[in-house]
Design a protein around this ligand. Structure first.
Ligand code: GUN
Length: 309
């Protein structure tokens, strides 16, 4: 039987561990502070940001949501970021991606002080990750490592294959697996014989954004499979093909108008993997948990208070 890597359970563990650190900060100085900038009306981004703010409230982290309109200029966003950089009570700044098309995202992200870069996207922190210096780490791949560690999935000496080379997930994921002494391959759209390369993986991480693309031909029996994808399928034929005609999923499509699926075929994954992350309930919950960890860690650093044992 494949082992389910339960992201909700691990998120709750992480939140429980954070409470004492947050209480200590509040007792000694002040609550950790996170500012989230959400520009425009992207509905998926609005849901992500709402969940981030809600989790802060649950934990006693001060949070502030700044919601400039879709039409905001790069210059005006830079001013917002620079204002937040100067505020003592703000420990972490998160600018939700994607920004409106006309905005120079790179300039905006690079304007965040590295010491407040709660996403770990700033070039200084990307460099810190690369050479193994401390610093905030990108939340989604950091969550994957946390999940693998807590379920005691061995990484050292294992063949890890990461499909996808984004700056947010694929590249930092590969670097973090390397730091765990895995032998790492990064694949992308130009990779030759992608299924063959993926079948070498003891740990397969899919972060491509293509619904159920990774099927049985990509998975070595007994591999640990991590599915970072979140895709909505709206076509009945597609739902039938992915879930092999499972009536429950067709009913879900009928009721909700879409069904959520990762980048990995869920049936193939459950049949072949020794351990895997479900969608939803696998990697997703950990991204926010790691954002909270990063916020608290930055606050401890800003206030000169070390985490209590
Ligand atoms: N958009 C999708 N994922 C993320 C993330 O982890 N951080 C930010 N800032 N934007 C995102």
């Amino acid at each position: 039987m494949a082992k389910l890597l339960d992201g909700v359970a691990v998120r709750e563990q992480i939140k429980a561990e954070l409470r004492s650190r947050i209480d200590r900060l509040r007792a000694l100085r002040r609550a950790p502070g996170l500012a989230v900038v959400l520009a425009g009306e992207d509905p998926a981004s609005a849901i992500y940001v709402r969940n981030k703010v809600k989790t802060c409230e649950e934990l006693g982290i001060y949070s502030e949501k700044i919601t400039p309109p879709e039409t905001i200029t790069t210059g005006a966003l830079l001013e917002i970021v620079e204002g937040l950089n100067r505020r003592e009570e703000i420990d972490g700044i998160l600018v939700q991606m994607p920004l409106p098309r006309h905005v120079d995202s790179k300039r905006v992200l690079d304007a965040i002080l590295p010491a407040k870069d709660v996403d770990g996207f700033h070039p200084v922190n990307v460099g810190n990750l690369s050479i193994g210096n401390p610093g905030p780490r990108a939340c989604t791949p950091a969550g994957v490592i946390e999940l693998l560690k807590r379920y005691e999935v061995p990484m050292a000496g294992q063949e890890a294959v990461v499909v996808g080379r984004s700056d947010i997930v694929g590249k930092p994921m590969a670097m973090m697996l390397l730091h765990q002494n895995a032998t790492v391959t990064i694949c992308h759209s130009k990779t030759r014989d992608l299924p063959g390369v993926c079948r070498r993986a003891d740990i397969l991480v899919a972060a491509i954004g293509r619904a159920a693309m990774i099927d049985e031909s990509y998975i070595k029996p007994g591999a640990a499979v991590i599915d970072v994808g979140m895709n909505r399928v709206t076509d009945a034929g597609e739902v039938t093909r992915i879930w092999r005609g499972e009536a429950r999923k067709l009913a879900q499509l009928e009721e909700k108008g879409s069904v959520l699926v990762g980048d990995v075929n869920p049936i193939a994954m459950a049949e072949l993997a020794s351990a895997y992350t479900p969608v939803p309930g696998g990697v997703g919950p950990l991204t926010i948990a790691m954002l909270m960890v990063n916020t608290v860690t930055l606050a401890e650093q800003h206030l000169g208070i070390t985490a209590s044992a």
